[in-house]
Every structure is written in structure tokens, then in C-alpha cells.
Write a protein that binds this ligand. Structure first.
Ligand SMILES: NC(=O)c1ccc[n+]([C@@H]2O[C@H](COP(=O)([O-])OP(=O)(O)OC[C@H]3O[C@@H](n4cnc5c(N)ncnc54)[C@H](OP(=O)(O)O)[C@@H]3O)[C@@H](O)[C@H]2O)c1
Length: 346
């Protein structure tokens, strides 16, 4: 299968290449970067050297891409995919967009949180690429909107409860999330330099982070009704990983075994969601470099709520690993092709 990557000089591009190197029957036919066009891929990323295919590739400008790949990953900032998608789809390619361009179903909502949408007619067609919820639609999709990293950690943590009507929707759900610095991408930003980040821990966009409407859209779909969410992101001084602690009130009392059973049933056929043993608190190091989402459950009887701890690797499960799972589903391959690795620990 011929694969192209637009935005291959960034972190999610690099992670795609790392994962695709482990996937049989995959030929990467082009990789793009505007600023580094002409640079050999293995000069940009020496870690990729020694993989025959990658040794021969050069980064090129994102032009004249039509007809050169069957599936194209768009690993670019928001705003790019919606400009490129109409022509690439017209040329017959299927697209997996890692940005936010096609995640929201409403063009008005997109305009409120981002900018005016350039391809609003494609929003209805785009399939939200969370395999556990939309596997059948992903298989047939021309355009997959790969979920955001924070949303992946939060939606997977709440889906079984919401789908089974177990959440007290009169109270807000609180999601307190912490991400490693790669979540901000590879381009330079003063607030993400080593001296600003190491030995430090900070919240940011405490109210109004752009992932909020995406999370709410999917939680409301699951609940079949309005959901109130308070979401706070934080920056961790680590490279990879997201840990979300989610506080949720239930609509009926549930014991631990009944609570766990809802999750075990819901994710019975999902290879990437691991329900951790009772009492174990999931850690980011357990999922580093993998496509797993690990979940742990903790009743807080004093406060009258449950705490759910959810961990993922933001670049793998939160972006490129999930995108490769979507590639597998779209191409009829086993869903875990190229994704069976365990975390690198310590
Ligand atoms: N990092 C994460 O953990 C993560 C998780 C989930 C989702 N995402 C999403 O995935 C996307 C990529 O993230 P990233 O972290 O890989 O970003 P990044 O490290 O900043 O890389 C962005 C890539 O896009 C290219 N690019 C930028 N503007 C472009 C344009 N106008 N036309 C064509 N190419 C362009 C860049 O190369 P040139 O500038 O040289 O062209 C670069 O290769 C973003 O939308 C991000 O929100 C990221």
C-alpha cells in the first residue's frame, strides 16, 4: 500500500514513520516539509536511518501530491488539511487528518473555536477516527478525522458510563489532564523551551482550551443529550504522555465489580484499552510509545463521585498510533498491524 505524509518533519510525522517502519506491505512514497524540502529524510531524522525505504526518501514541498499515494496522512497544524483535502479526495486518495480540521461536525462551532472553515461540506462526511466508537464507519471512510490527544484520553475513560446512562448529567464532569511537551509540536515556542519546562509544572488555557468542544461533542453523542464538562490542561516536564484524572458523579450507586464489568464488556473486543487491576494507578511510562489507553477506577465515597485515571502516549495513541490503527481498519488489515509493541520502560 502506497502511503504519503504531509508534514513529515514534525513530531507526529516522525512517529508515523517510526510506526510504519514496523508495518509490513507499506511503501511510503512521499514525505513533505515546506521549510526542509530537499533534505534527505534520514538527515532530518537520523533515528530513521537503516530502513531501506527511508534511506532513499527526501522531504519535498507539499505540491503535486495527487495520484502518488492511496492513503495520505495530513500531520499538519489546523487550517492546512481543509485547504488540501478537497483536491486530494477528488484525485482518489483517502485521507487521515491528524489536525482538528474535520473533528467538529458544525462549521459554526469550528468558526467559534478556530476560523472560518474552508471545506464545510466535508464535515458531514468526515468520520471521527476513534476505533472503539466508529470502527465500521472508519472502514468505509474517505476522510478520517483523527481525534485529539486529550480527547482520546477523556472520551475512552467515560464512554462505557455514558453509553449505559450511568452518569448524573445534572453535575459537571471534571477532566484534569496533564500532557508531555511534544503535545505542542516541534516548532519553537518560548514557553516550551527546556528551561521553561523542566523543574516546572503549570496549567494553561485553564478555561476555553480548543479541545473542549470536540470532547463535549463526543460525550454528548454517547449520552444522547447535553453534557457539561470542565477541562483543564497542564504541561508536564516529560517528552511523551498524557494522564487525565476524571471526576464523575453516577446516576445510581455502583460497586467496584459492577463498575468494572461495564468497562470490560464495552471494551471486550478492543485491543488497545487495558482495564488495569483493581487498586493499580495507571502511569504514563506503562504506555510510552504504545497505542494503549490504560484505565484505573477509584470510588471516592466521601465526595460521592468516581475518579477515573486514564493514560495514553500523546503522540502514539493520541495521534500517530491511532492514525495507523485507522489505516489498518480502512485497508482491511488486522487492527494492530505494526502496533503490537510494548512500552520502553524504564
Ligand atoms: N504532537 C501531538 O502530541 C499531537 C497529538 C494529537 C494531534 N496532534 C495534531 O497533529 C498535527 C501535527 O502535530 P505535530 O505535533 O506533528 O506538529 P509539528 O511538530 O509542529 O509539525 C507540523 C508539520 O506540518 C508542516 N506544516 C506546517 N504548516 C504547513 C502548511 N501550511 N502546509 C504544509 N505543511 C505544513 C511542518 O513542516 P513545514 O513547516 O516545514 O512545512 C511540519 O512537518 C497538529 O494539527 C496537532 O494539533 C498533535
Amino acid at each position: 500500500m502506497k502511503i504519503g505524509i504531509v508534514g513529515a518533519s514534525g513530531y507526529t510525522g516522525l512517529e508515523l514513520l517510526r510506526l510504519l517502519a514496523l508495518r509490513p506491505l507499506t511503501e511510503v512514497t512521499f514525505v513533505t516539509s515546506r521549510q526542509d524540502a530537499g533534505t534527505p529524510l534520514t538527515t532530518m531524522f537520523p533515528s530513521l536511518a537503516g530502513h531501506g525505504q527511508y534511506d532513499r526518501l527526501k522531504l519535498e514541498k507539499p505540491e503535486n501530491l495527487a495520484g502518488r499515494a492511496e492513503i495520505i496522512f495530513l500531520a499538519t497544524q489546523h487550517g492546512v488539511a481543509m485547504s488540501l483535502a478537497p483536491a486530494l479526495l477528488e484525485s482518489g486518495a483517502r485521507l487521515i487528518d491528524l489536525s482538528a480540521d474535520f473533528r467538529l461536525k458544525s462549521a459554526e462551532l469550528f468558526e467559534t473555536w478556530y476560523e472560518t472553515h474552508k471545506a464545510p461540506r466535508l464535515l458531514a462526511e468526515a468520520v471521527y477516527g476513534l476505533p472503539e466508537l466508529y470502527r465500521d464507519s472508519i472502514a468505509k471512510a474517505r476522510l478520517v478525522a483523527n481525534p485529539g490527544c486529550y480527547p482520546t484520553s477523556i472520551i475512552l475513560a467515560l464512554a462505557p458510563l455514558l453509553k449505559n446512562g450511568l452518569v448524573d448529567l445534572s453535575r459537571p464532569i471534571i477532566a484534569d489532564s496533564k500532557s508531555g511537551v511534544t503535545g505542542a509540536g516541534r516548532s519553537l515556542a518560548r514557553s516550551n523551551t527546556f528551561c521553561e519546562v523542566q523543574e516546572n509544572f503549570k496549567a494553561y488555557k485553564v478555561v476555553g482550551h480548543r479541545h473542549t468542544p470536540e470532547i463535549v461533542q463526543e460525550l454528548a453523542n454517547l449520552a444522547q443529550g447535553p453534557v457539561t464538562l470542565s477541562f483543564t490542561p497542564h504541561l508536564l516536564p516529560i517528552n511523551r504522555g498524557i494522564l487525565s484524572t476524571i471526576y464523575v458523579s453516577l446516576s445510581q450507586p455502583l460497586g467496584m465489580s459492577a463498575f468494572r464489568a461495564f468497562y470490560q464488556d464495552f471494551y471486550a473486543n478492543d485491543p488497545y484499552v487495558r482495564i488495569r487491576p483493581e487498586g493499580y494507578v495507571p502511569e504514563t511510562a506503562d504506555v510510552r510509545g504504545t497505542n494503549f489507553c490504560d484505565l484505573g477506577f477509584f470510588p471516592d465515597s466521601v465526595a460521592g463521585l468516581w475518579k477515573i485515571v486514564s493514560v495514553i502516549d500523546n503522540i502514539c495513541r493520541g495521534a500517530s498510533g491511532q492514525a495507523v490503527a485507522n489505516l489498518n481498519i480502512m485497508s482491511g488489515a488486522p487492527e494492530d498491524l505494526g502496533l503490537t509493541g510494548l512500552s520502553l520502560r524504564p
